[in-house]
Design a protein around this ligand. Structure first.
Ligand code: GTP
Length: 201
């Protein structure tokens, strides 16, 4: 059936942001959604999330729920609940702490187990490239561990954050599991959206 010219497509994507504590997950999410950065480190307790709305094409609106999952081990038992209905994932490590790359293997496995979706679009961010540009062969690493792509990023200096997340959105849209719903107006159905003090919508 032919669709009318003003047919609107709204997409709601849940993006998980995971990695060890202190690697910069909150900083990346805040940089992407609010364009801000803070040097003050406040540990994430459980999960926070922020929303970003993107007008991808004139008739295509995307709402990204960025789920900033606590990196500290003591919150690990909760992640199964947070991972439910995830559309994609961002794995983050800290270039100045190489052991946080080793942990990415564990985080990738965790995603595989708890999302039941081996094809979940997944990105690796080598964060804090403003203080270190020393990374191993990450093309090989990504291939070995089923990660779609990687980017060196700096949440602090705003390097590659938009580029990386926009790449992930493209990847999600290419996937065959994406479903959109026809929206009669500009509204977005956020029925599944939990409440959080960090929500800026
Ligand atoms: P948890 O909440 O414990 O899981 O940590 P997190 O991964 O969310 O780390 P967070 O974003 O809170 O950042 C930790 C520290 O690293 C903070 O002091 C940030 O300011 C700093 N930081 C984050 N990103 C960057 C970056 O790109 N460059 C530099 N130099 N510092 C950064």
């Amino acid at each position: 059936m032919e669709q009318s010219a003003n047919y609107n497509q709204d997409f709601l994507f849940k993006v998980l942001v995971v990695g060890d504590f202190g690697v910069g997950k909150t900083a990346i999410v805040r940089r992407y959604t609010e364009g801000e950065f803070s040097q003050n480190y406040k540990i994430t307790i459980g999960v926070d999330f922020l929303i970003k709305r993107l007008r991808w094409h004139p008739n295509k609106q995307i709402t990204l729920q960025m789920w900033d999952i606590a990196g500290h081990e003591r919150f690990g038992s909760l992640t199964r609940v947070y991972y439910k209905y995830a559309t994609a994932a961002v794995l983050v490590y800290d270039l100045s702490r190489p052991t946080t790359l080793e942990s990415i293997i564990k985080w990738r496995e965790d995603l595989r187990e708890k999302t039941d979706d081996a094809r979940l679009p997944t990105l690796l961010l080598a964060n804090k490239c403003d203080i270190s540009q020393d990374w191993p062969d990450l093309d090989k690493f990504c291939k070995q561990h089923g990660i779609d792509a990687w980017f060196p990023t700096s949440a602090k200096e705003n390097v590659n954050v938009d580029e990386a997340i926009n790449f992930l959105v493209e990847r999600i849209l290419e996937g065959d599991s994406v479903q959109s719903h026809n929206a009669p107006d500009d509204g977005v159905n956020l029925e599944d959206k939990p409440t959080s003090s960090l929500c800026n919508c």
